[in-house]
Write a protein that binds this ligand. Sequence first.
Ligand code: SF4
Length: 211
Amino acid sequence: MYYVKEIYFTIQGEGAYSGRPVVLCRFSGCNLWSGLEEDRKKAKCNFCDTDFIGTNGVNGGKFLNEKDLGKKIISLWPKNNIHSKPYVIFTGGEPLLQLSKKLVEFLKLLNFEIGIETNGTMDLPCKVDWVCVSPKDKDNFILKKGDELKLVYPQKKIDPKNFEKLKFNYFFLQPMDGLNLKKNIKKTHAYCSRNKKWKVSLQLHKMIGMP
Ligand code: SF4
C-alpha cells in the first residue's frame, strides 16, 4: 500500500530543473517530523512548510500497489505535452519511506523519467534519474552523492562549507520560507555572491501561483 498526500501536474520550481513540467507525487509522512504543530519544537526538522499528513490532498489516497499509483501518475501527464519527456518527482514528507523499485520500474516501462527530493537519511531502493538531497543536519544524512544538493538557508545546524566536497553536480541554497523570507533571500544571495560553489534556488512555482 502507498499512502499519498497529493499528486498534481505543475512545473518544477526549484533547482537545476526549474521550469520543467512535472507530475509531483507527494507521499505522506516524514521521519524527521510528525507533521503536527505540537511536535514541531522537538522535531529533528522544525521549519517545514509542507502539509504531508494523511491522504486527503488533490488526487491523494491509499494506492494498493505500484500499478494503481503508477496509472494515476501517468493519467496526470497532459496528453498534448509532446515537447518534454514525461517526468515525475517523488517528494513528501520523506519519499524514501515508501518509494519502491517496483514503482520505479513500472513508470520506467511507460517512458517516465523519475526524480526524488529527499532529506537524505535513507538509501535509494534502486537507481532513479534525478536525485535531489536536502539535508537538515550534517550528521543525519547518508545520501552523499547525487545530482543536486539543496540546502534551505539559513539553518542553525547547517554550514554550507561542510557540504562542498560531496559528489553532486549542482549546489543550491534556497532561502527559508516564512515570515523572514525577504531577509533570507538577501542572506542567501549575499552568501552565494561570496561563495561561487553555490547558486540561489528560488521557489518559482510559488511566485507564479502554481501549486
Ligand atoms: S525533512 Fe522535509 S518533509 Fe520532513 S519535516 Fe523536514 S522539510 Fe518537511
